[in-house]
Design a protein around this ligand. Structure first.
Ligand code: SF4
Length: 380
């Protein structure tokens, strides 16, 4: 992709950043045409570096620092002006799943200071941002590396709940083994916490889960999901699935397919397996053919559509609170306000009857691919 970008954009500055730049600096250095290579921790200086590139027409290659042991607070006071803001609270991972390069590229799990996070949230609150999404490579480990044992994800959510203008708090992806009773109870105690959990399953087959070095079996996964759903019945649970992991035979894939269907996820993100340098799985025999991976991915994509549709159907005719995020125009030229429920159903309201940033009550009445059409209910 990098070479293609260079070929197709001969007058452009090509900048490579992220985990690959972090871990494969030496390989990237050999590619002619890259103007800047910069690791994860220097992303916030990219604009300054671009200025230098424009003036001097030089090529800069910032050797990425391997990784930091402490949380690198790259927030420098910039403020998002969107309805929803993403707030990074954690970095790194200690789990070493056999297919994943993140622990090598991002380093060990580390948490951002709670005071820094609250300062950023306070800024967002004063700009009337309505929803914050808490981000981390391994979000559920937040606080576990800190001396103060009272710091935890649950505690952080309780503190963010006190900000008046912040109406919603959403969690990004979280690992199953980090979801404990305390966190499940927080969903009930703090209504601002959105009823949505993205829990990566990766495979619905115990043999493959073991090879992946995932710390659960399908039965542990199923029991935890049942416990969550019993306590929070309207929660949307979405997931990631990897297809074509080495030794995934027809039986293993069918087990995954059936398990995903049985759990009834609200949506699935599907990724085909590929070898990653340094990862144990690259040494595994019985690699799966590309075409088979593609077929399996397509089968799961169809299942994901079916499951999303089933999840949405349960809400037709009901009312829900929507946060209006932006506007879209349909192919026919009709304008809609676009928003989402707290359990992440995407909603369209015809003719821009809702304003951006507004929290409104709507009736969900008509399914539409990817959305439910709704109408705003009058305030009581
Ligand atoms: S898949 Fe997630 S939990 Fe596993 S090593 Fe990668 S980042 Fe960590």
């Amino acid at each position: 992709m990098i070479r293609k970008a260079i070929r197709q954009n001969q007058n452009a500055k090509i900048i490579v950043t992220g985990c690959y730049a972090q871990s494969n600096y030496q390989d990237l250095k050999k590619i002619e045409g890259i103007s800047l290579i910069t690791g994860n921790n220097e992303k916030n200086i990219i604009l300054k570096q671009i200025d230098k590139l424009n003036i001097n027409h030089t090529v800069i290659k910032v050797k990425p620092v391997k990784y930091l042991r402490k949380f690198d607070n790259i927030f420098k006071g910039e403020i998002s002006l969107h309805t929803r803001a993403w707030v990074k609270i954690q970095d790194g991972c200690n789990k070493f799943c056999s297919y994943c390069k993140v622990p090598y590229a991002r380093g060990p799990a580390r948490s951002r200071l709670i005071e820094d996070i609250l300062k950023e949230i306070s800024n967002l609150n004063s700009r009337e941002v309505k929803e914050v999404v808490l981000l981390g490579i391994n979000l559920g480990t937040y606080g576990k590396d800190m001396f103060d044992k009272k710091v935890s994800l649950s505690k952080l959510i309780s503190l963010i709940s006190n900000f008046e203008e912040i109406k919603r708090i959403r969690l990004s992806s979280i690992e199953l083994d980090d979801i404990n009773d305390e966190l499940i109870d927080v969903f009930i105690k703090y209504p601002k916490l959105c009823h949505h959990l993205h829990i990566p399953l990766q495979s619905g087959d115990d043999k493959i889960l073991k090879l992946m070095n995932r710390p659960y079996t399908t039965s542990v996964f199923k029991n935890k999901i049942s416990q969550i759903m019993r306590k929070i019945p309207d929660i949307a649970i979405t997931t990631d699935i990897m297809v074509g992991f080495p030794r995934e035979d027809v039986q293993s894939f069918n087990n995954t397919y059936n398990f995903v269907k049985k759990i009834g996820f609200a949506k699935i993100h599907i990724f085909p397996y590929s070898d990653r340098e340094k990862c144990l799985a690259t040494l595994f025999p019985d690699k799966v053919d590309q075409k088979i991976k593609k077929d399996r991915r397509n089968k799961l994509l169809n299942l994901s559509k079916e499951l999303s549709c089933n999840f949405q159907k349960k809400y037709i005719g009901l009312t829900a609170n929507i946060l209006i995020e932006n506007e879209i125009k349909s192919k026919e030229g009709r304008l809609y306000s676009k928003g989402s429920t707290d359990n992440y159903i995407k909603v369209l309201i015809p003719d821009l009857t809702g304003k951006r940033g507004e929290l409104v009550k709507v009736q969900l009445y008509k399914p539409h691919p990817d959305y439910i059409i709704s109408k705003i209910l009058p305030k009581i």
